[in-house]
Ligand binder design. Sequence first.
Ligand code: ISL
Ligand code: CA
Length: 596
Amino acid sequence: MILKLFPKRPILLLAVSLLLPALAPAQSPTLVNGYEPKWWKEAVVYQVYPRSFQDSNGDGIGDLPGITSRLDYLQKLGINVIWLSPHYDSPNADNGYDIRDYRKVMAEFGTMADFDRLLAGIKQRHMRLIIDLVVNHTSDEHHWFAESRTAKDNPYRDYYIWREGKPNPAAPNGFDPPNNYPSFFSGSAWQFDPATKQFYLHLFAVKQPDLNWDNPKVREDVFSLMRFWLDKGVDGFRMDVIPLISKQPGLPDLTPEQMKNPSALWANGPHRDEYLQQMNREALSPYDTMTVGEAIGIDLAKEPNIIDDRRHELNMVFNFDAVRLNRDGRMWKDFTLPEIKAVYSAHAAALDKHSWDTVFLSNHDNPRLVSSFGDTSTNEFRIRSAKLIETMLLTLRGTPFIYQGDELGMTNYPFKTIEDFDDIEAKNAWKADVLTGKITAEAYLANLRRTGRDNSRTPMQWTNGPNCGFTAGAKAWLQPNPNCETINAAEETANHDSVYSYTQRAIALRHAHQALVYGDYTDLDPTHPQIYAYTRTLGNERFLIVLNYSSNPTTYTVPGGLKAGKLLLGNLPVLLKEENVGNLKLRPWESRIYTY
Ligand code: ISL
Ligand code: CA
């Protein structure tokens, strides 16, 4: 058509063909059920904790070549995106969440060439990689901080948050901290630094000083290191405690009310959204990225401020309402199925089609999924409940995240003494609470065995061999769980009825049906104490998911006269007569996905 217009003028023709697209209004994407389709909405994400995934050189510490050697295993599972917990140079005060050099790979994990090989291997298998962006704080060994602490007029001084202490002759060093902020890892959030006789802020460990994001140079340096990894071909970021970056002006003391949940204040600073929009503009928008923020302190109702796609900040966040249902502060607390269902109903109500959700019940900061939300009273119930929970995660609305080992039904570890633990959060609290007599050692350990982060950090269980096949070396950095005797990838990848093989089938089902991604979600029976029954519908694609979240059998009548149609996937063999019926005979921890 255009040729007819300009027969004799090729240059003009070329110019017009280049210009026209720019002139034509941007094609609005074809929405699916009102959602803008995106690869990261259709993805299933798998979190790798590199220290515990696979050791390749026998030093007992997982590493990047180890992960590369297991990419076929992940591809076969069917996952689309790998979230790699921090791989950067770090003195490991908090296992990598304390970064010394953002452009260098941790020596224990390998070299930059190892990283490039890992990334290439992931791309070859049509998967993607997001890395962990830890920029609320750095390591105190990062050269920015090493410079900053030398002198008050050092050009990097304002990269961190330094304040005068309150004179108090009785206090160590003669000063009390600038305010009453507590650290997440026990004690004050302020550390006195003798060199300049001032305190610096560290909301986490003493070796994790908080960056001052109000300093535009800090933001520029962060955006530049993000571009460094995006230019390498990384597909996005999981952002560590990112809402905490905008501090309260004047840093006044917390009120007694605020002291009950400081995150709620710290996560809602005055410049948070401005800085995230600047980050999106200057570091993310030039690339096709996925971003997920770790939104501690953000109420569900406020999440759209960060994830509504019209605000150009982040794609999604981790909300902790579900995963921390079994916690009251640090203490374990029992929970009920209606409480779980209430979380997802609240999410469905709070997040419209411009605000995409995440679905997860495990990560490297929480105890093992099946031990916390399933039933490990028998091996059979461990397997069934692990499959049931994967069914739930893979059919609810939002991008599902699987943590390494969940696909095997790995459990908590039988920790005995405090010496068995590695986690700084656990060790600091032991000093702060047990050694000061606030809580007995027995009570503390009993709770930690159920809630401790190290439960998820024990090495991946590849075989029933020495060190569970995690390392050919004599000793792993953290003891592998002896139950790899029965729970291991080698056995499960060869067993059609294993948690691994079932999870593979559930992921394949999600990939095959857009309704399980973009479909409307309806909880059919929110108050039922034992059954979780919900639908996902998109046009004439209609799915009914029924989960018997209990160790007791039951006969369940699907509400609203709804008939369960064809069975697509069950975690137990199901007799034909259980299709096209309204009454379902459900065994303990049985899950079924039907059309209807
Ligand atoms: O909830 C917690 C504190 O009580 C933690 O488990 C956790 O510290 C919090 O969720 C923030 O986690 C992130 O930042 C931490 C790091 O230790 C965690 O591993 C990371 O996920 C500091 O970087
Ligand atoms: Ca190693």
